[in-house]
Design a protein around this ligand. Sequence first.
Ligand code: GMT
Length: 380
Amino acid sequence: MKIGITCYPTYGGSGVVATELGMELAERGHEVHFITYKQPIRLNAQHPNIHFHEVDVSNYPLFEYPPYDLALATRMAEVAELHQLDLLHVHYAIPHSVSAMLARQMLAAATPARHLPFVTTLHGTDITVVGADRSYLPITRYSIEQSDGVTAISSYLRDVTIREFEINYPIAVVPNFVNCDLYLRYADAKKLRKEYASDDERVVVHLSNFRPVKRIPDVIEIFDRVQKKLPARLLMIGDGPDRSQAEWLTRRKGIQDRVHFLGKQNEINMKLGMADLMLMPSELESFGLAALEAMACEVPSVATNVGGVPEVIDHGVTGFLANVGDVETMARYAIGLLSDETKLREMGKAARRAAQSRFCASKIIPQYEEFYRTVLERVS
Ligand code: GMT
């Protein structure tokens, strides 16, 4: 198949999922065209089946708000025409599904027999935060209903979308996935580990885009309690608006030497593969991709019992869940686990088994391929 993929290329899990999906599809012989305003961060564009088309947004002074969605629609139609795409797959509804809808209409106007189907994958904040804003809700709902196929990354998100948006349209659940051959325990990562921690210290990790929904101060609060009980370091991977507040908090607590703000990183698999525990105390997660990536690396998570997280983490088996803001309980779980090597490694192994049996790319990519085939059959 020839597939056009659009996502937010720089921030957030939806862009990561879209990029990994494109690379996996390319590996399986499909021709994949990324249509985005920047090259996606995790994209290895060297593969012969992968093509990248940049969306150029004109910045004429009259445009206080440059119309990105229109530029995107135009580029989608151009690329679809030039490369005879079979379908578009957009990740994150706003504004990508609206642009795809316009591209489909433009192509049909030029060639009435041409119906370029588009699939929309809902990731979370496009529904729970952005879509719930009255100014975006009607157009989001419309573009979801106009899609030729809709998927959500968890049952939680599917149910919320149907309930809150009153959508009368089938939404398939295709969960997020991880490349289990790449994300695994790195026994030889001792050298990398030594860059941050000595042999007697535990390595705790947090990975996100440092937005308020991630509750970054809670990560610091939990770690502060942990490091009072046992020798440990915290790796903060990623960047975003709440990073400086967190840096300030670590200084105020006098733990700045134990907390490493690494910023945006490549080779996340290596960093996770040498860690002991993941902290994910988010206000909301429709899925929690960071926890899944950690699980594949035999790293259990202490996380919040929200949204789709219980679909990923089995409380007491592959990690621990607590209520939002309950840093005491989360610290207690973290300390209990980090001070018991046998339990920590057992839980890590259970986490990897769960990732392998339910969320490996090799299991999920065929579901997307099947979904595309169904859509194409329906519209042909
Ligand atoms: O919260 C983020 O990291 C950004 C956001 C996005 O759409 O890029 O993440 C959402 O999609 C991820 C990938 O599917 C999920 O793993 C996250 O749980 C989800 N975030 C929220 O629901 C807050």
